[in-house]
Design a binder for this molecule. Structure first.
Ligand code: NAD
Length: 243
C-alpha cells in the first residue's frame, strides 16, 4: 500500500525546489496535497501536472489570515489535515554589519514566525483528524553556524519543534525537524552562485550536492506512520557535513 494513502497534506513553498519535490513524492504515495506558495503561476502549473489529488492555494506564510484560508480551503477540498510540511523559506548570506534591521526582521518573519503560525493554524484540523505529523524544515545551519539571520531562524525552528512536540504529544500530533545540507534547488543554484556551490561540494564528506528527492525521502518517512514513535527530534540529510 502507498505510504500516505488516505492522508491530507499541506506543503508550503511548494512551487519549486524541495517543496515541489515533496509534493510530487506525496502524490505518488497516495496523499491528497495542498501546495501553497507566493508564486501562483508556478504553483498552479505544478498542481495541474500532479492531477486531481493536488490543489494550489496562494499563500504568504507570514500572514495569519492566509493560514486560516489555507486550512479552511484544504478541509473543504479534502477533509481534516494529517500532515503539514513547513518548508517555505529564504536565505541570506550577509555579515551582521551588512544586514539592515528590515532584512533581519524579514528573514525572521519568513523562516521562523511562519512556522509558529503554521503550527497554530493546523493543530485544530489535526485534532479533528485524530492526530497528525508536522515536519519543520530547518537546515544544517540549525545545528552548526552559518550566516547571521539564516542560522538564527533555523536554530529557532529546531527549538520550536521540540517545544511543540512536547505540547502536541497528547493530541497525537508528532513534530520533527529536517536539516538538509547543500541541496540543488533554485535557492542556491543561481547563475552567479552555481560554480561556488559545486566547488564547495568537495568539502562535503559524500563529495556532492544532494538532489531534492533525497530530502523528500526523509520528509515522507516523517509524514508517514513509519515514524510513529519519533517526535521532537532532528533528522539530518547533509552528506556528513555536520558529522
Ligand atoms: P527555493 O527558494 O527553491 O524554494 C522556496 C519556495 O518558498 C519558493 O517557491 C518561494 O516562492 C517560496 N516562498 C518564499 N517566501 C515565501 C513566503 N513568504 N510565503 C510563501 N512562500 C514563500 O528553496 P529550497 O532550496 O527548496 O528551500 C526549501 C526550504 O529548505 C527552505 O526553508 C530552506 O531554508 C531550506 N533549506 C534549503 C537548503 C538548500 O541547500 N537548498 C539547505 C537547507 C535548508
Amino acid at each position: 500500500m502507498a505510504r500516505l494513502e488516505g492522508k491530507v497534506a499541506i506543503i508550503t513553498g511548494a512551487a519549486q525546489g524541495m517543496g515541489a519535490a515533496h509534493a510530487q513524492k506525496f502524490i505518488k504515495e497516495g496523499a491528497k496535497v495542498v501546495l501553497t506558495d507566493l508564486n501562483e503561476e508556478k504553483g498552479q502549473a505544478l498542481a495541474a501536472e500532479l492531477g486531481e489529488n493536488a490543489l494550489f492555494i496562494k499563500q504568504n506564510v507570514t500572514s495569519e489570515a492566509d493560514w486560516a484560508n489555507v486550512v479552511a480551503e484544504a478541509e473543504a477540498a479534502f477533509g481534516p489535515v494529517n500532515v503539514l510540511v513547513n518548508n517555505a523559506g529564504i536565505t541570506m548570506a550577509k555579515s551582521i554589519l551588512q544586514t539592515t534591521e528590515e532584512e533581519y526582521r524579514r528573514i525572521v518573519d519568513i523562516n521562523q514566525v511562519s512556522v509558529f503560525l503554521g503550527m497554530k493554524a493546523i493543530i485544530p484540523s489535526m485534532q479533528k483528524a485524530g492526530g497528525g505529523s508536522i515536519v519543520n524544515i530547518s537546515s544544517m545551519n540549525g545545528l552548526v553556524a552559518g550566516a547571521i539571520g539564516y542560522t538564527d531562524t533555523k536554530f529557532a525552528v529546531r527549538g520550536m519543534t521540540k517545544a511543540a512536540a512536547i505540547e502536541c504529544a497528547h493530541y497525537g500530533i508528532r513534530v520533527n525537524s529536517v536539516h538538509p545540507g547543500v541541496i540543488a534547488t533554485p535557492m542556491i543554484m543561481q547563475e552567479d552562485t552555481k560554480a561556488a556551490v559545486e566547488a564547495f561540494a568537495q568539502h562535503i564528506p559524500l563529495k556532492r550536492v544532494a538532489e531534492s528527492e533525497e530530502v523528500s525521502n526523509m520528509v515522507l518517512f516523517l509524514a508517514s506512520d513509519d515514524s510513529s514513535y519519533s517526535t521532537g527530534s532532528e533528522f539530518v540529510v547533509d552528506g556528513g557535513m555536520t558529522a
